[in-house]
Design a protein. Sequence first.
Length: 589
Amino acid sequence: MIFTPSSYYYAGRSMNIFKRPIHLHGAMEGAGSFSIWLMHVKDNAWLYFGGSFCVVLTNIADVAVPKVTQLMIDLFSDQSVSTSAKEFKFQNYFLVLVVLVLAQFVGRIGWRLTLGQQTHKVAAKMKSLIWNRSKYLPKNRLDTELSPGELMNVATGDVGIARFAFGFTLVGTIDFIFLLLLTTATMLSINVELTLWALMILPVLPPFLDRLARLESSRHRDAQKSLSQLTDLAAQTVSTIRLQRVTQTGPFWVSKLIAQAEDYRQKKINVMRTSLAFIPITGIAPLVSNGILIVIGLKKVFAGELSLGSFVAMQSYIFMIQGPMIELGVIISEWQRAFTSLDRVRKVYNEKEAPQLREGGIAVQISNPVITAKNLSFRFENNGKEIFRDINLSLGMGERLGIKGAIGSGKTTLAQILAGLERNFQGELHLFGKDIRNYSHEELRRCIAVVPQKPFLFADSIRNNIRLHRDLSDSDIWKLLEVAGLKEDIQNFPEGLHARLGEWGINLSGGQKQRMTLARALAQGPSILVLDDCLSAVDTITEEKIIHSLDHVLKNLTTVWIAHRSSTLRFCDKVIDLSDSNFHQRIRS
C-alpha cells in the first residue's frame, strides 16, 4: 500500500495539534505527519463519519443509476411482459431514478458541509498554530533557517497544500475506494467473466504509482525550499530598493532574483512533470477496459449470453470507473504532497522555544536605581569570541546612557542585553533591583521600548502604524509625530494620518521611517527607552530638532542611546565607548 501509517509515522508520542491547547510547549514533539492527521480525524470522528457516509451515499446512488437503466432497457426488450405491466414497472423505475438523483444531491451537499469545510477550518488552525509558535522562537533561529521567507512559505504554501488531506483529498479517496468496490461488485453480478477481463489491468498499476508518488514527494520538498529562498530574497530586494538606487546595485539584485526564480521554476516544473505522469499511467486502464468490453461484450450480446441492457450497464460502469482511475494518480499525488507539507508545518511547531518568551516571571516594580551592571561581559556561544567585558554602570530614573564604538564592537548587543532581549551574558545585570532574567518577557516589553536601527512598518495607515493596539486619539498621535520631527511631513500628505504606507513603508524615506518607529515607541509610554542608532538616516538639522524635543520629553525616561555621531550623545549623562580596548567608561558630569 502507498498510504500506510508506517510510511509517515515514527517513534514518539502522538499529539493532535488541532485539539490540544496550542500554548503547551512541545505539543507536537515526536508526532509524525500521518499521526497528526489521524489524531485530528479521531477527535472529530462523528463529523468525519457523517461526511464519509454522505460520500458513500452518493456512490451508491451513482452505481444504482446504470443498474436501473439496465432494468428499464431489458424491460422493453422482454416480449413476455404485457404493455400495461411495462408501463407500471417503468413508472416505478422512474420514481427510483428520481430518488437516486435526490440522494446524489443530498450526499454531495452533505460531504461539502462536513469534509469540505474541514479543508478550510484546518488551514485556519494550522496558520494560527504557526503564529503561536513562531512568536516564541529564539532570535538566532529566525535569523537563519526560519527566515521570514521560510515562515511565509510554510504558512501559505505548505498550509495550502496540507489542508486538503483533511477534506477534499479524503473525499476523493473515499469516492475512489467505494465507487470502485461498488462498481466492481455490480459488474460481477452482471457477468463475472467479462468483469474479470475488463479489470485485469488494475493490479499492474500500484508499483508504478508508488514509485511516482515517492519521486513527486521528494521533488515537492525541494521546490518548497526553493520557494522559501525566493520569497526571502524578494523581501530583501524590496526593503533595500533605496540603497540599490544610491549604490547602483540594482542589476546585481535583479540577477539574483532571476537566478532564484529560475531555480524555483525548474524545480516546480519537475514536480508538475511528475504529477502529469500519473495521467497516462492511470488513463491506460479505462482504455484497455473499454477495448475488452467492446470486443468480448459485443460477442456475448450477439451470442445471446448478455442482454443489451446489461451491455449498456457494463459500458456505463466502465466509464464510471474511468474517472476515479484517472483521478487515482492525482489523489496519490495530493496525499504525498500534503504529508510532505504537513511535515514542514510540524517541524516549525517542533522548533524549541526561547524559554524566557513563554515562561512567567516576576512583575516589574519601578524603583531606583533603574539599571545596574557589574562585570557585564558577553561572548558568542558558537565561536567563543568575546565582544566586551567587565562593564560596570548604574543608571537612575531619568538618566541617559550613551553607547558608541566602532562597527562590530558590540553596541547593539549591549543594548539588547540592557533591554532584556539577550540573556546569554556573563556577570550581573539588575533592573529595578532584581535580576533582569527573573522578569517575564511580557513584563519587560511593557516597560522597555526599543527603537531599532532598521525600522519595520506595516502596509497600513500611518495612524495604525503608530498606535498599533493602543487606544490613542489623533491629537495624541500628532504630538508624538511632533516630538519625532515628523509632523510637518505627515501634514503634507493629502490623507494625513489616514495615508496608507506600502509594504515596509516603501513610500517613505529612510529618515521618515526611523522617525515613525520612534513615535511608535514613545506611544508605548515606556519607563526605559532604548534607541539603537535610530537617527542614522536623518540629516543633522532634523536630528538637532528631534534631540531638543526628546530632551524635553525624556526628562522622566531612562534612556539608552546608541549613536555613531558624538553630537547625538551630547545630552547623555554617561557614555560608554566600546572601541576602547579597556572598555573605559567616560561619565559626563
